[in-house]
Write a protein that binds this ligand. Structure first.
Ligand code: BTN
Length: 283
């Protein structure tokens, strides 16, 4: 069972009092959860999905002992150092628009941070929230698989989001010290984490509904307006090779269009790809 979260930066009743959404964080049958400690909020949300939970609830933890990032990396998840949250959605989407959920989540994170703190973070293809060249947050979308058979229900997607709240150099391994940013340090005050989460629910729902109504091209357009990647020379690391080129555009399916020095156009799809700026810096 979720434990009471005394002395936490998060209070479910405060978050729920500020919700303006009707789907995200608003399931009529399945409660939102806040835990003191979980291995991973994505794991817990996947368990709920496999047990047949409806669309909408979120799972938040003050701390994760096995927080996961993309490409098998771990996600630093010390107590109260970040928002660690996973949303359970059951999207009525065509397979072609499913990859755009990651863009939906990125837009939602940027908007929630902007509304809560007044900062304007950028988005690094495909799923990082960045500020001033440093990583502020990340998104891990997963499909739980092996769900209980309920013909009425669509397959679930878990949208896991981590946003750094309070991290100083002492919290970080040497290789991350100059690459990571956190909201409290950027704002010079302890930001309101409950408002940030409530805002995240509203923004996620707004962009999710846009995608569901077939407006994938609007999602891409809005994402491009916040892009920290386009127009930059990047180095992409694929399984067997590295590609240098100009990040020229994002295609309708979410692929990053890169123009190489030989003027060849290459489309990079999310998955096992990581990109850096050509000088090795992060965003
Ligand atoms: C990345 O940039 O590599 C994605 C990081 C995603 C981290 C979040 S924290 C909440 C959720 N639970 C997890 O185990 N991972 C995601």
């Amino acid at each position: 069972m979720p434990e009471p979260n005394n002395n936490s930066r998060f209070a479910l009743e405060v978050i729920e009092a500020h919700l303006t959404s009707t789907i995200v964080g608003r399931s009529k049958t399945d409660a939102n959860e806040i835990w003191q400690v979980l291995d991973s909020t994505n794991n817990r949300a996947s368990d709920l999905a496999r047990a047949g939970a409806d669309e909408g609830p979120f799972v938040l933890a003050r701390q994760q002992t096995a927080g996961r990032g993309r490409q098998g990396k771990s996600w630093l998840s010390k107590a109260d150092s970040g928002v660690y949250i996973s949303f359970l959605l059951r999207p009525e989407l065509t397979p072609a628009s499913l990859p755009l959920l990651s863009f939906v989540a990125g837009l939602a994170c940027a908007e929630a941070v902007e509304r809560t703190c007044g900062l304007q973070p950028g988005l690094k293809w495909v799923n990082d929230l960045v500020f001033d060249g440093r990583k502020l947050g990340g998104i891990l979308c997963e499909a739980p698989g092996q769900e209980t058979k309920n013909r009425q229900q669509k397959s679930a997607v878990i949208i896991g989001i981590g946003i750094n709240l309070d991290l100083t150099a002492i919290d970080l391994p040497a290789e991350l010290k100059d690459r990571v940013a956190a909201l409290d340090q950027l704002c010079g005050r302890q930001i309101d984490a409950n408002l940030l989460v409530a805002s995240l629910c509203s923004a996620l729902e707004k962009y999710y509904l846009l995608l569901r109504s077939g407006k994938g091209e609007t999602i891409i357009k809005l994402w491009k307006e916040r892009s920290a990647t386009l127009g930059k020379t990047i180095r992409a690391t694929l399984a067997d090779k590295e590609i240098y080129g100009l990040a020229a555009d994002v295609a309708a399916d979410g692929a990053l269009i890169v123009r190489t020095e030989e003027n060849k156009e290459i489309r990079l799809h999310a998955g096992e790809i990581s990109i850096r700026l050509a000088d090795g810096s992060y965003a």
